[in-house]
Design a protein around this ligand. Structure first.
Ligand code: DAH
Length: 339
């Protein structure tokens, strides 16, 4: 018996444990009710009386040593535990979630890059504007309904500070600031006091183009429109121009493209006409040139403007405008990888 006690003491000295479970296993093996120490105490009854005193002492020393060892192992583990358990070195890495460009940004960039290929430079202007740049210089009559409170957001209730209702305001800034040739493309956000629904919002985005130079004609405008439509919607796309009215262009037109959803054969989207309207355009009204300090006998120009949301709807078939500003990741994620 004394020999076994000695062996166990040597064993106990050498015990190690890497985890809390291993410490627990040692506790069960040595000092639980059915563990080795209990067994030894049972056997102790058979030890001859004259040896009992010595063996009893040795047994107690062994028991204390085991308890101390197990406690020491437990302590050693718990002091490194926080760090060891907080970092799981075997776990696979989280997948990196890539953000996506907003669909309106994608389409706006596509529009501007098509015009950039034709030599148009990007120009920007302020969203908080004044009446001159948004209306007066653009030939809007004093009583034009677009100036009305119903349409325009006025800032601080002064009729002269307002949120621009169209990016045509950047035209006036460009013409006031430079002499022709002027060839600019103006993307930006605009505001109108509309009730929000699936088809209207109080803010949206437009891209405006302006070209002023000597001998600019309607034929130049038509060619640029055709180039744009086919670059944007595919080389099969046809265009048609319908006469229209804008205060700042004369003559004015609206452009339709052959419906890119049904290919022109008629569907719900084009209301079975085979055509969808995508932009307004025209020759810059000589009054506007003069208002902005450009000699209308020497120079002429064309302008065009389109809604980015509309083009995006056509390209990606987004049926509710509100999705563009709700920032729902499930919607935005669908444009991953789109260019
Ligand atoms: N500014 C017009 C609007 O907001 C769009 C527009 C039409 C712009 C004709 C133009 C243009 O430059 O020539 O509805």
């Amino acid at each position: 018996m004394q020999e076994r006690i000695q062996q166990l003491r040597d064993q106990v000295e050498a015990l190690t444990a890497q985890t809390a479970q291993e410490v627990e296993d040692l506790r069960i093996k040595y000092i639980s009710k059915k563990g080795l120490i209990s067994q030894l105490f049972d056997e102790f009854k058979t030890v001859p009386n004259e040896e009992k005193r010595l063996v009893g002492q040795q047994l107690n020393v062994l028991k204390e040593a085991i308890i101390a060892k197990i406690n020491a192992l437990r302590e050693a583990l718990s002091s490194t535990k926080g760090e060891a358990e907080a970092i799981d070195w075997t776990r696979t890495a989280y997948p990196v979630r890539l953000g996506t460009r907003h669909p309106l940004t994608l389409v706006q960039q596509e529009i501007t890059s098509i015009f950039a290929r034709l030599g148009f430079a990007i120009a920007e202007g302020p969203e908080v504007e004044d009446d001159d740049h948004v209306f007066s210089l653009l030939n809007f009559a004093e009583d034009h309904p677009a100036r009305d409170m119903q349409d325009t957001f006025f800032v601080r209730n002064t009729p002269d500070t307002l949120l621009r209702t169209h990016t045509s305001s950047v035209q006036t800034r460009a013409m006031l600031g430079a002499q022709p040739p002027i060839r600019i493309i103006c993307p930006g956000r605009v505001y109108r006091n509309e009730a929000i629904s699936y088809r209207a919002h109080c803010f949206f985005h437009q891209v405006e183009a302006l070209y002023v130079d000597e001998n600019v004609s309607f034929a130049d405008l038509k060619q640029v429109l055709l180039y744009f439509a086919q670059e944007m919607f595919g080389s099969e796309t046809k265009i048609r121009l319908r006469p229209s009215y804008f205060p700042f262009t004369e003559p004015s037109a609206e452009m339709d493209i052959s419906c890119n959803i049904c290919g022109g054969s008629g569907c719900n989207f084009c209301k079975h006409t085979g055509w969808v309207e995508i932009l307004g355009c025209g020759m810059v009204d000589p009054n506007v040139l003069e208002n902005c300090g450009i000699d209308s006998r020497k120079y002429s120009g064309y302008a065009l403007g389109m809604g980015v949301e509309r083009i995006t709807n056509l390209k990606y078939r987004v049926s509710d405008l509100r999705l563009f500003s709700e920032n729902d990741v499930r919607f935005l994620e669908q444009f991953q990888g789109a260019e």
